[in-house]
Design a protein around this ligand. Structure first.
Ligand code: 0O2
Length: 221
């Protein structure tokens, strides 16, 4: 049996974390609807893959402490906007903007911030669209707007970012300058790949659905 003051804090903490889990679930449903509906109608989906994560209580406190935010639930709720995170991976750059548009135009989503690191990459080469939204979560006795961070990127951007993230943490943020330069070069190559793949894709699409006269025969061994 918990003492009543601790019981109250425990209940508040549980509800706090749950609100972010519910918001993540709602956003995942929205993204999965877009993915399924689009591929059913168009035989193609701008969304390749979706993942989600909840920041751990430890990660939340570390960030609040590092940034000097008030260390209470209200301070954390008001200041930390990436407790719930969704990452959407698309095939092509144009798809990332299409997905951004499809999400931000939904009526129950309030857009709090959009950062376009695709048009303006970070100096290290990082590219992605970042969106902070609030979505209403309906609980037993209240409706709570909950913020969710949505990152939208291509497969190539995701490949680069996941390696860079590992390197950044391996060196505890102090990545040797030679490696920084190589990462930037790799980011440029990834960007070129995105541009080339989109152009190729556009060419294939513009050929239309007319079947080629006779399929080429493979040489018999
Ligand atoms: P994790 O482990 O992915 O959660 P802030 O979020 O307030 O600290 P800022 O600059 O306002 O900082 O946020 P921004 O730029 O929108 O970036 C937030 C998240 O984007 C990061 O979360 C990363 O996931 C990703 N990100 C931003 N810049 C980079 C980058 O240079 N490389 C990589 N690999 N990812 C990046 P976290 O909390 O840092 O990390």
């Amino acid at each position: 049996e918990w003492p009543s003051d601790l019981h109250k804090i425990r209940t508040e903490l549980t509800r706090f974390m749950m609100s972010y889990k519910f918001a993540t679930d709602e956003m995942m449903t929205k993204v999965n609807i877009l993915k399924e509906e689009f591929s059913a109608i168009h035989d193609y989906s701008p969304i390749e893959h979706v993942s989600h994560r909840l920041k751990s209580p430890e990660g939340i406190l570390k960030k609040a402490n590092r940034k000097g935010y008030p260390l209470d639930l209200e301070g954390i709720r008001d200041n930390i906007q990436d407790i719930a995170g969704i990452r959407i991976t698309c095939s092509f750059i144009s798809d990332t903007y299409r997905v951004l548009e499809m999400l931000t135009s939904q009526r129950d989503i309030t857009v709090l911030q959009v950062k376009d690191y695709i048009t303006e990459p970070k100096p290290n080469g990082y590219r992605s669209l970042h969106l902070i939204v609030a979505i209403p979560v309906f609980m037993s006795d209240r409706v709570q707007p909950v913020t969710v961070e949505v990152q939208i990127r291509t497969v190539a951007m995701d490949f680069w970012a996941s390696l860079e993230h590992k390197i950044f943490y391996k060196y505890d943020g102090a990545v040797p300058s030679a490696l920084v330069g190589e990462l930037k070069q790799a980011a440029d190559v990834a960007n070129q790949l995105d541009v080339d793949m989109e152009r190729l894709h556009d060419q294939v699409v513009s050929l239309g659905t007319t079947p080629v006269d006779t399929p080429p025969r493979r040489a018999q061994p």
